[in-house]
Design a protein around this ligand. Structure first.
Ligand SMILES: Cc1ncc(COP(=O)(O)O)c(C=O)c1O
Length: 400
């Protein structure tokens, strides 16, 4: 990470060393922020100025619930979910977008741009609509159609870029620099936006009496890992928490550059060559910015944590587990966490008596297939009864 001093009027990688930048919290005195909405409760810990717009749609402040219906499935007794899929646009990205968009307003940007596998797109488009700014969104060509539709519904200009996420990343960065647009891509490219992700860590620390043993985080390039670990480190250094929890980072087997480096003991992450997964949310090959992955790898190792890779079929089983047993509609990139917990429990890395919190980062609504059969059409109650008899869970109760 870059220690160079930066002018963040135009957030980007460091102009001198090319590294990603981490910004210190504001040094400006702020009014009491305790009752402010969303991430702005933590305004004093963000890199903002007195002129920052403080745009909020009520992001953050997500609840933690016990996951009794999945504890057995995973093999841990104390499993908790943080419901970040309930953010205003359906993902944790809103924590970053709220801060990044506020800075874009402050800078009087003519437009914002982002590359996105889907969730940052919806988030940027929604917050841009609220801020009255035009938004341009670049997505990989195989993006789930529902995710592109959400961004379009908010009026964003959506373009799919041939190839994988890294191609969209490059195009967004080039457009930002050519037209002076603020880049809200949720890798490490915009350190103002990234700082908003610390709110997840502050919340976890205030919601749990003790730091959990593990926090499970789906990982593309890793800004959410950075946010949670940085928040816990700040709180530990201030004596407010006892320890920084171990991070279990989760990637898709078909695009797992950070997990591969973790498993091989490498100190640097290499870009992933051929993406082969449908778990699109966490599929970032890091081509052109592998140092972001190296930074995340170090963070995970520093916590004493681990990385895991999950295959598409298992992630699909976890989606069903959450939908059928927990009543939670979660997309595969976030549900994959459960598989990782189960695997590491099986290997003895996570002990059954440890406390594990899974970050449920993305809502499943946007990835529901538009091709799905909406169910049979019936004309009367008799036909309803005969149809329901074939439904396994109801058959026994329908006798007549
Ligand atoms: C649902 C979901 N989870 C996790 C991630 C990965 O987060 P990060 O960018 O912090 O690596 C993404 C990124 O798009 C996502 O959409």
């Amino acid at each position: 990470m870059c220690g160079c001093k930066q002018d963040m009027a135009f957030p980007d990688y460091c102009a001198r060393c090319g590294g990603s930048v981490v910004l210190p919290p504001t040094s400006h005195p702020l009014p009491d922020t305790t009752n402010l909405p969303g991430v702005w409760r933590y305004a004093g810990r963000l890199p903002i100025t007195p002129d920052t717009a403080w745009l909020s749609m009520g992001e953050g402040n997500s609840r933690i619930v016990s996951a009794a219906g999945s504890a057995d499935w995973c093999g841990v007794e104390n499993l908790l979910f943080k419901l970040d899929h309930l953010n205003p646009s359906g993902s944790f990205k809103d924590r970053a977008t709220a801060v990044g968009m506020s800075q874009a307003v402050e800078q009087r940007a003519s437009a914002v741009v982002c590359a996105s596998s889907g969730n940052a797109a919806g988030s940027t488009a929604a917050y841009a609509a609220r801020a009255g700014l035009p938004a341009v969104v670049l997505m990989p060509e195989a993006v789930p159609p529902g995710k592109a539709a959400v961004a379009r519904a908010h009026g964003a200009a959506v373009l799919r870029v041939r190839g994988d996420y890294s191609n969209a990343f490059r195009t967004a960065r080039e457009l930002a620099s050519r037209f002076g647009w603020i880049n809200l891509t949720t890798t490490f490219v915009n350190p103002v936006a990234v700082a908003g992700l610390k709110s997840a860590g502050y919340e976890l620390a205030s919601q749990l009496t003790d730091p959990p043993d593990w926090i499970v985080v789906p990982v593309g390039s890793g800004p959410l890992v950075h946010g949670i670990v940085t928040a816990y480190r700040e709180l530990r250094d201030a004596g407010a928490v006892r320890a920084v929890p171990r991070i279990l980072g989760v990637q898709a087997e078909g695009c797992a550059p950070i997990t591969e480096a973790f498993d091989s003991g490498a100190t640097e992450v290499a870009p992933w060559q051929h993406v082969r997964t449908r778990i699109s949310a966490i599929s970032d090959p890091l081509r052109g910015y592998p140092a972001d992955g190296t930074y995340t790898l170090r963070l995970v190792r520093d916590t004493g944590g681990a990385m895991a890779a999950v295959d598409d079929v298992e992630a699909g089983e976890a989606v069903n587990q959450l939908a059928y047993r927990e009543g939670l509609l979660i997309e595969s990139g976030a549900a994959a966490s459960l598989v990782a917990v189960r695997t590491l429990c099986g290997q003895g890395t996570i002990r059954a008596d440890q406390t594990v919190v899974c970050m449920l980062t993305g809502n499943g609504v946007k990835t529901l297939s538009t091709e799905v059969d909406p169910g049979p059409v019936i004309t009367d109650t008799d036909e309803a009864v005969s149809r329901l008899r074939s439904h396994a869970a109801l058959a026994e109760g329908i006798t007549a």
